[in-house]
Design a protein around this ligand. Structure first.
Ligand code: NAI
Length: 334
């Protein structure tokens, strides 16, 4: 079978070549729109990332195309209507990193609760004093999870291991989860009022814009920690800076920052085509960098070897199923 891959790096290329031995493979680092399509006119499967715009024009040139496998969750870069008409199937990667993001959430929580970043700074300067490094136990503390979806549930599972009490707010509660993940639903107000650690795991939508703002930062416990591995625009940054300056909360662990809206999919950060300079400027602009009780990571909660392999493996499993004419979970209903 002739299979063409776009927006692929050298490591991914090697991995794919090993998995798809015996097939005619074409690889390009570029988006599909930048490639001479006569090179792949007989392709039966194409695999793309989100910067490839698979439009009518492209589809009309690929007469033998049966399937498009996108190595992303979103499919808005593919003309699904045109695919349906031409009976071309679309496959995506719905989940790849719930545990990965949950683990990073705890990396941020523990860095703050045990002052790891401060301690590291001190010891690299040869200072082994314990002054200012007293932390606090997670055992017995309350963790408030905002958004009890796939990632929120993994966070609850880990928190149970620390013997934390877990409460959650979600506008679409699923009561059957409470027993399974040992937590109880509460209102947003109660959650903010009672939690020692508040962690955001809901999507960004217009409705959720500045879900954490001046008003509800006031409700949070003094010394509580605010963790955000979801989306930066869920938090009103100037209000967070104010709350930190006035020592109204104990610290913040942020993997995402306000203004990052240009990121739709985490894997975009790995793409050649992502304007990384803009992110650097954004991070430089944030006053948050000046607090020693704030830890910022550059949107890496998804970025583990295993999560990246899961993206590629899911795409490859889908391709193997297409080759064998078998049904598979990755098929998107269009
Ligand atoms: P999910 O869709 O499984 O769960 C999201 C949950 O949030 C749902 O239960 C939904 O009902 C709830 N929700 C929606 N609006 C809410 C609100 N206003 N308050 C409280 N809950 C609300 O999503 P998943 O997979 O758990 O991911 C959560 C978010 O994490 C994603 O939307 C994404 O923005 C972010 N993310 C960040 C990554 C990173 O590398 N930093 C990697 C992957 C996801």
């Amino acid at each position: 079978m002739k299979i063409a891959f776009f927006e692929i790096n050298d490591l991914e290329k090697k991995y794919i070549q090993n998995d798809l031995k015996g097939h005619k493979l074409f690889f390009s680092k570029e988006k599909i729109n930048e490639v001479d399509l006569s090179l792949i006119e007989n392709a039966e499967i194409i695999s793309v990332f989100i910067y490839s715009n698979v439009n009518k024009k492209i589809l009309s040139k690929l007469k033998k195309l049966k399937a498009i496998v996108t190595r992303s969750t979103g499919i808005d870069h593919i003309d699904a209507g045109a695919c349906k008409k031409k009976k071309i199937k679309i496959y995506n990667v719905p989940d790849y990193g719930q545990n990965t993001v949950a683990e990073h959430t705890f990396a941020l929580i523990l860095s703050l609760s045990r002052k790891i970043n401060k301690a590291y700074d001190q010891t690299t300067k040869g200072n082994f004093s314990l002054e200012n490094l007293e932390g606090f136990d997670l055992k017995g503390k309350t963790l408030g999870i905002i958004g009890m979806g796939s990632i929120g549930r993994h966070v609850a599972r880990i928190a149970n291991g620390f013997e934390m009490e877990v409460v959650a707010y979600d506008p679409f509660p699923n009561k059957s989860l409470e027993k399974k993940f040992n937590f109880r639903y509460t209102s947003l107000r109660e959650l903010l009022k009672n939690s020692d650690v508040v962690s955001l795991h809901c999507p960004y939508t217009k409705k959720n814009h500045h879900l954490i703002n001046a008003n509800n930062l006031k409700i949070m416990k003094k010394n509580s920690l605010l963790i955000n591995t979801a989306r930066g625009d869920l938090i009103d940054t100037p209000s967070l800076v104010k709350a930190l300056s006035e020592k109204r909360i104990g610290g913040a662990g942020l993997d995402v920052l306000e203004g990052e809206l240009l990121i739709k999919e985490e894997a975009e950060l790995l793409s050649l085509h992502f304007p990384k300079k803009k992110l650097e400027t954004l991070i430089e602009d944030h006053l948050l960098l000046t607090f020693d009780n704030v830890i910022i990571t550059p949107h890496i909660a998804f970025y583990s070897e295993e999560a990246l392999k899961r993206i590629l493996n899911t795409a490859l499993e889908d391709i193997q199923a297409i080759i064998k004419n078998k049904k598979c979970d990755g098929e998107v209903k269009i």
